[in-house]
Design a protein around this ligand. Structure first.
Ligand SMILES: Cc1ncc(COP(=O)(O)O)c(C=O)c1O
Length: 344
């Protein structure tokens, strides 16, 4: 592999003189802050937050056993996805490769950034079709998006196939591990030193129960992270988000306990679903949701809505005909769903 990050960065980003905030230019201790045009009357929120989220990165670094300089924090993973397009994909010129079906934001973000998408269909087990994926790579392909465990199918992608792509592709391979805490599989973070073209995404929105905070974590080489730092909005992570995340990340055992409960509920829900008359197939899941094929998904979806139960209708998605994606809820929520499905 002939990987050269400098060839991937858009020329305007390479040349960019980044914004330098007041809190960027001052480092050290002070008691009188007259540099950022803040309101001096102190309450919890009158000061700008740390633009580099140093304390938070320190904590994430020790939790994930990774160097702080390999971490970028975004306003949700969705911000990181957008920044990757802005850093590496020249609008109307470059391309990205997105195996389908998968998380919809990759394509939406590509469209917003005017970047064309080559779509490759996953195989019938929703795993990477390696040959078709390699064939779809062109000289303009900058990024390949891999979601593992994959949304909406719920399965892990084959690590060997991901490694093949990392070895054979000269652009960046993004491995989105939003649901990794629901598996016993090892994170690709451990492969960062081996592959310079690897970008791993994780989030506090799923297992950590902090979707409202908006905090996505990106792990990559220091060079890739410094490009993202250069183009991010100066204060992209609010002070409140940083404070709450710092506090919650101290309670790994609470997260683990909830994950274990969700896994047990996933097992029960999958078993229950397979006994419902209108359920034709329950796909195996490595995530906190279950993809299931039912008779007349659209009608089932509407009937559940009338009962105040919202699931995700994926029936228009490639390989997901008549499929609903059901998030694993509390025992009570799962029972309400099960009872209603049984009545249909
Ligand atoms: C695969 C995947 N990646 C990323 C996200 C979004 O994560 P965040 O809340 O950190 O923006 C989702 C949300 O559903 C997802 O399914």
């Amino acid at each position: 592999m002939d990987f050269d990050l400098t060839k991937l960065i858009r020329p305007n980003i390479k040349e960019l003189n980044p914004y330098s905030s007041a809190r960027d230019e001052f480092e050290g201790e002070a008691s009188v802050f007259l540099d950022a045009n803040e309101n001096p009357y102190s309450d919890l929120y009158n000061r700008y937050p740390d633009p580099h989220q140093r304390k938070l990165k320190e904590k994430i670094a020790s939790l994930k056993r990774v160097n702080e300089e390999r971490i970028f924090i975004g306003n949700g993973s969705d911000e990181v996805i957008d920044l990757l397009f802005r850093a590496f994909c020249e609008p109307a010129v470059d391309e990205v490769l997105i195996p389908q079906p998968t998380y919809g934001m990759y394509s939406v973000s590509a469209a917003i950034n005017n970047v064309s998408v080559r779509k490759v269909t996953l195989n019938s087990s929703f795993d990477i079709d390696l040959e078709a994926t390699l064939k779809a790579i062109t000289s303009k392909t900058k990024l390949i998006f891999l979601c593992s465990p994959n949304n909406p199918s719920g399965n892990l992608l084959s690590p060997d196939k991901i490694i093949s792509l990392l070895k054979k592709f000269n652009g960046l391979v993004l491995v989105d591990e939003a649901y990794i805490d629901f598996t016993s599989s090892e994170s690709f973070i451990s492969k960062l030193t081996e592959f310079k073209n690897l970008v791993v995404l994780q989030t506090l929105s799923k297992a950590w129960g902090l979707a409202s905070l908006r905090l996505g974590m990106c792990f990559a080489s220091m060079e890739i992270i410094s490009v993202l730092n250069k183009i991010k909005p100066p204060y992209n992570i609010s002070g409140t988000t940083q404070a709450i995340a710092l506090e919650r990340l101290d309670h790994v055992e609470t997260k683990n306990k909830q994950v274990n409960e969700i896994l047990e509920q996933r097992r029960l829900l999958a078993k229950d679903l397979s006994n419902v008359k209108i359920v034709e197939h329950v796909y195996p899941s490595d995530a906190n949701f279950i993809l299931t094929r039912v008779t007349a998904a659209k009608q089932v979806y509407q009937k559940l809505i009338v009962k105040g139960i919202v699931v995700r209708d994926r029936s228009n998605v490639l390989l997901c005909n008549d499929c609903l994606r059901i998030t694993v809820g509390t025992p009570n929520e799962n029972k309400i769903l099960f009872d209603e499905l049984n009545k249909l």
